[in-house]
Design a protein around this ligand. Structure first.
Ligand code: ACO
Length: 472
């Protein structure tokens, strides 16, 4: 009998984002930019952010604890834990080691994996590591877990509205309802200075916005061509967007997702003109002779390809844009938030469908891969995953801040980044029950976290420190 694990992929998911957020239209007015610049120009509606109570470690503790509890997974069943993040809190101690506090309590210290970092690609690197482990001869039969966690903040200026914050946890194993089609994968890696964080004293990146868009689109083209070639070699037939039911993109802001899908559509036309309708061929024909370089800089081509791709965008991409538009750029978690949005919106009809996933991290690293949605076994069914994630009630329980309070908070966070000897002071009332939060950083830069609990009997709040001790 072949004991090789089959249909390895994502068995379960949980999503966490802070309750604190700011509306993009309010931010437009506050920043004094023209009306519509963030909401239509970037395509964003709202942005979450961390107060000084939350960071990538607390969000990871929250999302992983919730994943294990809600799917009733015994922490002893985890054999590999990988974290993807680009939010550096410590240059040596991984976020993963913080998450070990969950497992040490249960006596499980045999868990491989540490953190992966390369801008927004770290979550995908972590996911591929876990999937490869389950498919390898060193797999010991236990589950893998991936946590993608980031707080995306920018210095004052045009990039600031493209921030966000979230953590996503994924359980990895065989017979998954979201299985990797491992043969259909395209990767493009290279060197670019489009977005990077060379100033270790600041959380803010250095960004060349225009270059980052071009690098993203160029990497997308390359990954898509490679995936198509692999599919065509294997299946002996042409691949086009018609073969994908949904497409999820790394989503820094929605306008780039719209441009990206237009770009894939143009790829289909360039590779096999017959894969798009005759009327569409006529509209794209004038751009067929552009060099690759010219095509990235042609505003006309950008507009026309978005226009002709629009009907397909509405059915294949729009369902993935729900969370990214409302939460903002989640860096490593962004692509998986787009995927979670598809599950949220389409969980009743996903079985048998193919989802193309495009991951991009500046600097640069990128991969396009394919997931096939299958019938899962309880609790790992698509319907249950949608129920567990419960995205709508998480969104409904958010608290909107005025833009001036958002900016005030960013100023506070600037003083907290890399600092020691402080106690967090934002209001706990904004945290949902079950949320972990930072209580203090001591004189040796050691961080302390607690969990907000609700005692349902008398509705009084209790706090439990991460190692399990209860006080006050
Ligand atoms: N109404 C409607 N649209 C408007 C308005 C308005 N009032 N004002 C401007 N716009 C449109 C512009 O026409 C433009 O649209 P287009 O892209 O279709 O041409 C869009 O809004 C953006 O405006 P710009 O002036 O071109 O760009 P801006 O200076 O606002 O910067 C950018 C946008 C580059 C995305 C910036 O926010 C940034 O640097 N973000 C971080 C980098 C990033 O996210 N890169 C993506 C990949 S890397 C990663 O994920 C981190």
């Amino acid at each position: 009998m072949d004991s090789h694990p089959k249909n390895v992929g994502i068995l379960a998911m949980e999503v966490y984002f802070p309750t604190t957020c700011v509306q993009q239209d309010a931010l437009e007015a506050f920043d004094g930019v023209s009306k519509g610049k963030y909401t239509i120009g970037l395509g964003q509606d709202c942005m979450t952010f961390c107060t000084d109570l939350e960071d990538v470690i607390s969000m990871s503790l929250t999302v992983l604890t919730s994943l294990l509890e809600k799917y009733a997974i015994d922490p002893k069943q985890i054999g590999r834990l990988e974290v993807g993040s680009e939010t550096v809190i410590d240059k040596s101690k991984s976020i993963k080691t913080w998450l070990m506090s969950i497992f040490e309590k249960c006596g499980n210290t045999e868990i491989e994996g540490v953190d992966s970092t390369n801008a927004c690609y770290g979550g995908t690197a972590a996911l591929l590591n876990c999937v490869n482990w389950v498919e390898s001869s060193s797999w010991d039969g236990r589950y893998g877990v991936v946590v993608a966690t980031d707080s995306a903040v920018y210095a004052e200026g045009s990039a600031r509205p493209t921030g966000g914050a979230a953590a996503i946890a994924m359980l990895i194993g065989p017979n998954a309802p979201m299985a990797f089609e491992s043969k259909y994968r395209g990767t493009h890696m290279g060197h670019a200075y489009d977005f990077y964080k060379p100033n270790l004293a600041s959380e803010y990146p250095v960004v060349d916005g225009k270059l980052s868009q071009n690098c993203y689109l160029m990497a997308l083209d390359s990954c898509y061509k490679r995936l198509c070639n692999k599919f065509e070699k294997e299946e002996k037939r042409q691949f086009s967007l018609l073969d994908a039911d949904y497409v999820a993109f790394h989503s820094p802001y929605n306008k780039l997702v719209q441009k990206s899908f237009g770009r894939l559509f143009f790829n289909d036309f360039s590779r096999h003109a017959s894969s798009v309708g005759r009327d569409v061929q006529e509209k794209l024909e004038p751009y067929a002779s552009l060099s690759e370089e010219e095509s990235y800089n042609s505003r006309e081509l950008e507009k026309v390809s978005q226009q002709v791709a629009k009907p397909m965008y509405d059915s294949k991409v729009q369902p993935s844009t729900f969370l990214p538009k409302l939460v903002g750029n989640m860096y490593t978690a962004s692509l998986y938030a787009a995927f979670a949005s598809i599950i949220h919106n389409k969980h009743k009809s996903l079985e048998g469908q193919r989802v193309l996933m495009f991951s991009y991290g500046s600097g640069l690293a990128s991969t396009m891969f394919s997931l096939k949605i299958r019938e899962g076994q309880h609790p790992f069914t698509i319907a249950n995953i949608a129920k567990v994630m419960d995205l709508q009630s998480k969104l409904d329980s958010r608290h909107e801040f005025f833009p001036e309070d958002f900016v005030e908070n960013l100023k506070l966070m600037e003083t907290r980044y890399g600092a020691k000897d402080f106690v967090s002071h934002s209001q706990h009332k904004f945290l949902r029950p079950g949320t972990f939060y930072l209580t203090k950083v001591d004189s040796m830069y050691r961080r302390f976290y607690a969990q907000k609990l609700i005692n349902t009997n008398d509705n009084c709040e209790k706090e439990k420190i991460a190692n399990g001790t209860v006080h006050g």
